[in-house]
Design a protein around this ligand. Structure first.
Ligand SMILES: [Zn+2]
Length: 268
């Protein structure tokens, strides 16, 4: 099945993004899709492009350094529980684990809704569909499980498995699996959780073997990197093989290039 058109309008009731994207929503038509310098014209032998290899910490550095458009940093972190004191403890513990505050989209009108109500930043939306198509061409049916999340939704996810009244120990334990609101890469609109249809554990699926082979070459080809690589040090949750973040192909190709190098792709 062909992927749905970018920006398909999704009925409000199906949208898992309820803040602050509301109401029947259509993408603006005046703005061109982001153009990738290396795609136009596509270089000969794009399939045999070789990408630099990264350690887990370098992958994390890549996301930290990537100059991603349409983001706005948050001035204060949202409430987690009803108790400000408890929240302080959780945030301190989260930072200790390596979680970082994440920005939100600056302009939600620039985002794209994907088929079932999941939204992504425009370059990430295009790159997700390209990755999904590439996987399909190789016999793997990738599914998008989660994309942009607002603070309210992240809070719900974080607290959902816990019983009230909340206990500090349970909240701290929860940080192994989930970011508290304000600290999820999903807030940026540049992170995706994916799965392979028919496989419960993405990390042991054939699609994961395909995407992770050769230091994630098939993800890099479309501008994606693993969000929590296995050897990434203190980065928040225990490694999540199903999450990927978009940084763009140029950022990947240019990571090891000196800023004033002679590669025209990496010179600005
Ligand atoms: Zn995720």
């Amino acid at each position: 099945m062909a992927p749905p058109a970018l920006g398909a309008v999704v009925a409000e009731t199906h949208a898992r993004v309820d803040e602050p994207i509301t109401g029947p929503w259509a993408p603006p038509t005046l703005i061109d899709e982001p153009k990738s310098r290396w795609r136009e014209p596509a270089p000969a032998g794009v399939d045999s492009l070789s990408f630099p290899h990264f350690t887990g910490q370098e992958f994390n550095e890549l996301f930290r350094m990537a100059a991603l458009p349409n983001l706005s940093s948050i001035s204060a972190t949202p409430a987690i529980t009803e108790s400000a004191e408890m929240d302080e403890h959780i945030r301190a513990e989260a930072v200790e684990r390596g979680y970082q505050r994440r920005p939100l989209p600056a302009n939600y009108a620039l985002m794209r809704l994907i088929d079932d109500g999941l939204a992504l930043q425009r370059p990430a939306a295009a790159a997700w569909l390209a990755l999904q198509q590439d996987a399909a061409d190789h016999g793997f049916e990738l599914e998008l499980k989660s994309a942009y999340r607002g603070h309210r939704y992240q809070r719900e996810i974080f607290l959902r498995p816990l019983e009230t009244p909340y206990e500090l120990d349970d909240l701290a334990e929860r940080l192994k699996m989930s970011a508290p609101p304000g600290y999820s890469k999903h807030h940026t609109g540049y992170a995706i959780d994916i799965g392979q249809a028919g496989h419960r554990h993405f990390g042991s699926s054939p699609a994961y073997r395909w995407i992770s082979a050769d230091n994630f070459a098939n993800a890099k080809k479309h501008g994606w990197i693993p969000s929590y690589p296995p050897d990434g040090g203190r980065q928040g949750p225990v490694p999540e093989p199903w999450e990927f973040t978009y940084v763009g192909v140029e950022a990947i190709l240019c990571f090891h290039q000196p800023p004033a190098g002679d590669d025209p792709l990496c010179s600005n």
